[in-house]
Ligand binder design. Structure first.
Ligand code: MF3
Ligand code: CO
Ligand code: CO
Length: 269
């Protein structure tokens, strides 16, 4: 399969499901407090997605080749967990950082977005990691424009993360998205600006940098899903689904509660 180009009608449908996925994050944000379990957050998100929004939570039973079916409706990755953390009965505690990753399906179209939340008040390092990772996402988004290599996204992200003494996870990347959850192209969060396919209007993909406070290496836990940093350093992530427009970028996973693009980063619509 190659990179699919979405029509304006396709994009209109994706805009709806992307907005709904972002609204799940708005809905769950007030519940992310010390003492709540990620299993409880999963149940709340599941019920909201299904019963209020009329969407399907894409992670539930998702089984790419080589994986067992994912058992929950959201991913909840705490502290040194990089991504794909499986919600469980362990309560969040003050000072944790937790990424909640939501993917909704509506009328066959997918929308994928995540934010890292700070539980109570966190260390200076944790706050800086979360802030820099959010900036990395938006610096990547700012590169999106027809005629530019996809590698420009990764180069901008890697440059910012490493300039702050942080590292970029290599094994997981952003991805094309549409009628399927994960499709071409792969959107690397590192690399060179003159590498990779050229962006074209109608391409829709995610940008979702995973940034570690320590080294970039990761390992997988015995549950077959949860990814952690090998050195157990903190890791943060933010994700948006974006569309390439005729002139620049449309960020599709926006909602009232979306943390805004940092003021110093310029986005061309
Ligand atoms: N939402 C993740 C992504 O951004 C994928 C999660 S797959 C799951 O690509 F099965 F763990 F949910
Ligand atoms: Co994604
Ligand atoms: Co995601």
């Amino acid at each position: 399969m190659s990179i699919t180009i979405k029509t304006p009608e396709d994009i209109a449908k994706m805009r709806i499901v992307c907005h709904l996925a972002a609204e799940v994050l708005d809905y769950i944000a007030p519940f992310v407090k010390p003492g709540v379990t990620t299993e409880e957050l999963d149940r709340l998100c599941h019920d909201y997605t299904v019963n209020v929004q009329g969407c399907i939570p894409a992670p539930l039973n998702y089984a790419p080749p080589g994986y067992s079916p994912y058992p929950k409706s959201i991913c909840a990755s705490i502290n040194h967990q990089v991504c794909h953390g499986v919600p469980n009965e362990r309560p969040l505690k003050k000072g944790d950082i937790v990424n909640l990753d939501i993917t909704n399906i509506k009328e066959g179209w997918h929308g994928d977005t995540s934010r890292t939340f700070i539980v109570g008040e966190a260390s200076i390092l944790a706050r800086r990691l979360v802030k820099i990772t959010h900036e990395c996402l938006w610096l990547g988004i700012a590169q999106v424009k027809p005629g530019i290599h996809l590698g420009a996204i990764g180069a901008a992200i890697q440059n910012h993360a490493e300039s702050q003494g942080f590292s970029v996870v290599r094994e997981f990347c952003g991805h094309g998205i549409g009628r399927t959850f994960h499709e071409e192209p792969q959107v690397l969060h590192y690399g060179r600006r003159n590498e990779g396919p050229l962006m074209e209007p109608g391409m829709v993909f995610t940008i979702e940098p995973m940034i570690n406070a320590g080294k970039a290496a990761i390992s997988q836990l015995a549950d077959g899903w949860t990814i952690v940093t090998k050195d157990r350093s903190l890791s943060a992530q933010f994700e948006h689904t974006v569309a390439v427009t005729a002139t620049g970028v449309e960020v599709m996973t926006l909602s009232a509660g979306t943390p805004p693009c940092p003021a110093h980063i310029k986005i061309t619509p």
